[in-house]
Design a protein around this ligand. Structure first.
Ligand SMILES: Cc1cc2nc3c(=O)[nH]c(=O)nc-3n(C[C@H](O)[C@H](O)[C@H](O)COP(=O)(O)OP(=O)(O)OC[C@H]3O[C@@H](n4cnc5c(N)ncnc54)[C@H](O)[C@@H]3O)c2cc1C
Length: 307
C-alpha cells in the first residue's frame, strides 16, 4: 500500500522509516533539493535530544538523513505538489519533478511540511532583493558572514535576543526593535541589557525599510539609520500552503493557530490523510516530537487501512 509523505524533515523521514517496518510503501515528496528539514542549518547544539549532548542540529540532521537515504524509499526531491484529488479509496497526486510531471496514486497521505519563518510581505520583498536581509533564525550566514557589523534585529522573542547575544560576542553592534514589549525569557533580556553592544528598543517598529547601495536603511520618522544586516525574528507559522493544491473536499480542518488538527493517532479530519511534526499543534515542537509523530502516523495507517 503506497503512502505519500509530504516533507522530508524529521517527521517525514521517521514516518517513511516506520512505514517500511509496517509493510507499507512510502513515497516521499520534498520541495527542496535536500532532506533533513529545519535543523539542517542549525549550528547550535540540540539540547532536547537525549543521547547526543554536544551534537549540533546540523550534525544531527546529517545523521538522520544518512539513515533515511539508505532506506529503500522512493524520494522525489525539488518537487512541487501541483494537485491532489480524491481517487476511489485513495488519492491521486500530480507532481512537478525536475524531470517533468508525474502522477502517484496512493492510499494515504502524511502531511509533514513543518513550519516556516513568519514575515510581512514587505520584508519578504526586501529579502528577495538582498542576501543581507535574513528571515528566520537558522541561517549559516548568521554564523559565518556577520562580523564587526551593524545589525538590526526585528522581533522581541527568544530567537531575537539569543541572536543578539550571539552577534554581540562576534564584534557586532546590534539594535533589537520590537513592535510591542519584549516577550523573550527574562534571563535573555537581562543578559542583553548587560551588554553595551546591544540596544533593546520596545514599541519601536521602523516606519520604513529600504535597500540603498547594498545596505539596509531603517527609518523612524525622519531619523534614518544604515545597517549592514537585517534579521527578522517574527517566529514561525505552520507551512500549510500545499493544502491549497488539495481538492476542497479533502482539505483537513485547521486549529485557530492554523496548524493541522489531528487526534492522538495523527489522523486529520479527512479519512486517509494524516499529519505529523511541526505542522500540527504540539505543546513542545521538537525533533523528538516530530520523529514520534511520524512513527505514530505510520502505525495509524497500518491499523486504519491495511487489509
Ligand atoms: C530556531 C529553532 C531552533 C530549534 N531548536 C531545536 C532544538 O534544539 N532541538 C529540537 O529538538 N528541536 C528544535 N527546533 C524544532 C525542530 O526544528 C522542529 O520541531 C522539527 O524540525 C520539526 O520537524 P518536521 O519534520 O515537522 O518539520 P521540518 O524540519 O520543518 O521539515 C519540513 C520539511 O518539509 C519540506 N516541505 C515544506 N513544504 C513542502 C511542500 N509543499 N512539499 C514538500 N515538502 C515540503 C521542507 O522543505 C522540509 O524539508 C528548533 C526550531 C527552531 C525554529
Amino acid at each position: 500500500m503506497k503512502v505519500a509523505i509530504l516533507g522530508a524533515g524529521p517527521a517525514g523521514m521517521s514516518c517513511a522509516n516506520a512505514c517500511l517496518s509496517y509493510g507499507l510503501e512510502p513515497v516521499v515528496i520534498e520541495a527542496s533539493d535536500h532532506v533533513g528539514g529545519t535543523q539542517r542549518s542549525n549550528f547550535h547544539p540540540n539540547l532536547w535530544l537525549l543521547g547526543h549532548p554536544e551534537e549540533t542540529g546540523e550534525a544531527m540532521t546529517q545523521r538522520l538523513a544518512a539513515h533515511f537515504l539508505a532506506l529503500p524509499v522512493k524520494l522525489y526531491r525539488a518537487t512541487q505538489v501541483l494537485a491532489v484529488e480524491p481517487d476511489g479509496d485513495g488519492f491521486m497526486l500530480r507532481l512537478a519533478t525536475p524531470r517533468g510531471e508525474v502522477s502517484e496514486r496512493v492510499r494515504a497521505i502524511v502531511l509533514a511540511t513543518g513550519m516556516r519563518p513568519r514575515a510581512t510581505p514587505e520584508l519578504e520583498r526586501l529579502a528577495a532583493q538582498s542576501p543581507r536581509v535574513i528571515i528566520g533564525p537558522l541561517s549559516t550566514a548568521i554564523r559565518d558572514a556577520i562580523h564587526d557589523a551593524r545589525v538590526l534585529i526585528l522581533g522581541g522573542g527568544d530567537n531575537a535576543l539569543d541572536h543578539a547575544l550571539f552577534l554581540a560576542e562576534r564584534g557586532n553592534s546590534v539594535r533589537v526593535c520590537t513592535r510591542a514589549r519584549f516577550s523573550a525569557r527574562r534571563p535573555f533580556q537581562a543578559a542583553c541589557a548587560a551588554r553595551p553592544e546591544i540596544e533593546l528598543k520596545d514599541h519601536c517598529p521602523p516606519s520604513r525599510l529600504v535597500i540603498e547601495d547594498g545596505r539596509i536603511v531603517a527609518e523612524w520618522g525622519r531619523v534614518r539609520v544604515r545597517y549592514d544586516w537585517l534579521l527578522v525574528m517574527y517566529g514561525y507559522r505552520p507551512n500549510t500552503e500545499v493544502l491549497q493544491r488539495f481538492a476542497a473536499s479533502i482539505r483537513p480542518a485547521l486549529t485557530e493557530s492554523g496548524h493541522v488538527k489531528v487526534d492522538a493517532w495523527q489522523r486529520t479530519s479527512v479519512p486517509g490523510l494524516y499529519a505529523a511534526g511541526d505542522l500540527t499543534h504540539s505543546p513542545q515542537p521538537s525533533v523528538a516530537t516530530a520523529i514520534a509523530q511520524g512513527l505514530a502516523a505510520a502505525k495509524a495507517i497500518e491499523r486504519d487501512l491495511a487489509d
